[in-house]
Write a protein that binds this ligand. Structure first.
Ligand code: NAD
Length: 299
């Protein structure tokens, strides 16, 4: 996709973090931007924050509160956006929530349902709600699905998150093949795999629905460690605007894999080599000393 001016971009999880970084960058490029999120107050603040970028680019913004895990809400959103802008040219299925701590066998079923509902079904709903119209309209466009470096590698902890992100990778690779088979050459596809990024993903529990609250009953020590981890993300992570630069470049160059922290590819290559050589999986180097202390020291 080469021309961004006056194209319509829809970003889920746009009220903060990477989604907001994408929305700001798209607005500065002259695109109309639809910001979708579950958090109304954060969405209002994001719309305000977008003011300068919109003034620079000349596009319009629309905000919509929607839960990406709710198919009916996403279907209704597609109709609203169609009525307002005629459709979507750039679709970023980006909304995501963090994984739970501790062993797979102890994780509440509600935790798995929440993480899969948002991180995986949210992406599927986005594709189902918007891609058929993107194919039919025949306009140059791009679909960006947000996975993670944890969608490329395997390790200890937050297994629910990692499994959901591996699934997004498989889904997006499949989408790429299927659009080629459908001769939808006007649509590019990218899989965004961020590494550590300066956002509030770690405290994503703030968006947990009440009916899945069983999983939220974690002890105060773990909560305190989560807060510490969040400040580490905010201090040491890549800025969302830099992540947005990677995405825009990938859209321009039709690059599929967008890996912002390529060091993780070494871990991925070593893990694939284990598979090819018939060895058991290895931990990433930075987790090698976790086995004796996990799960307590990992938050
Ligand atoms: N921050 C990182 O280090 C990192 C690394 C790899 C991947 N990611 C991925 O990047 C994406 C964006 O996360 P972020 O880091 O910007 O975190 P963030 O918490 O700042 O942003 C996530 C946004 O998604 C929204 N959201 C949560 N549940 C939703 C739902 N059900 N429906 C609609 N919106 C919902 C939140 O309100 C929030 O605004 C996620 O998919 C995340 O998994 C982040």
């Amino acid at each position: 996709m080469k021309a961004f001016k006056d194209a319509v971009a829809l970003v889920t999880g746009a009220a903060s973090g990477i989604g907001l970084g994408l929305a700001e960058r798209f607005a500065a490029e002259g695109m109309h931007v639809v910001l979708v999120d579950i958090e109304q107050a954060a969405l209002d603040a994001a719309e305000q924050q977008l003011g300068d970028a919109l003034a620079l680019g000349g596009g319009k913004a629309m905000t919509a509160v929607a839960d990406v895990s709710d198919w009916a809400a996403m279907e209704a959103l597609a109709e609203t956006v169609k009525a307002r802008f005629g459709g979507v040219d750039v679709l970023c299925n980006n909304a995501g929530v963090p994984g739970g701590r501790g062993p797979i066998w102890q994780k509440p079923v509600a935790q798995w349902q929440w993480v899969f509902g948002v991180n995986l079904m949210g992406v599927i709903h986005g594709i189902k709600a918007f891609v058929p119209d993107m194919i039919e309209r025949g306009r140059p466009g791009h679909i960006v699905n947000t996975s993670s470096v944890y969608g490329l590698t395997t390790g200890l902890d937050t297994s629910d998150y990692g499994v959901s992100k591996h699934a997004v990778r498989r889904l997006t690779e499949g989408l790429y093949f299927e659009l080629r088979a459908a001769r939808a050459e006007h649509l590019g596809v990218s899989l965004l795999c961020p590494g550590l990024t300066a956002t509030r993903i770690i405290s994503g529990d703030r968006n947990r629905p009440d009916d899945l609250s069983e999983a939220a009953s974690i002890d105060p020590d773990v909560q305190a460690r989560i807060r510490a981890e969040e400040s580490m993300y905010l201090q040491r992570g890549m800025s969302p605007s830099e992540t947005a630069d990677y995405v825009v470049r990938a859209m321009q160059e039709r690059q599929f894999y967008v890996v912002t922290h390529p060091d993780h590819l070494k871990t991925m290559a070593a893990q694939v080599d284990d598979l090819v050589q018939g060895r058991s999986p290895r931990l990433p180097d930075h987790q090698l000393n976790w086995l004796d202390h996990w799960p307590l020291n990992t938050a």
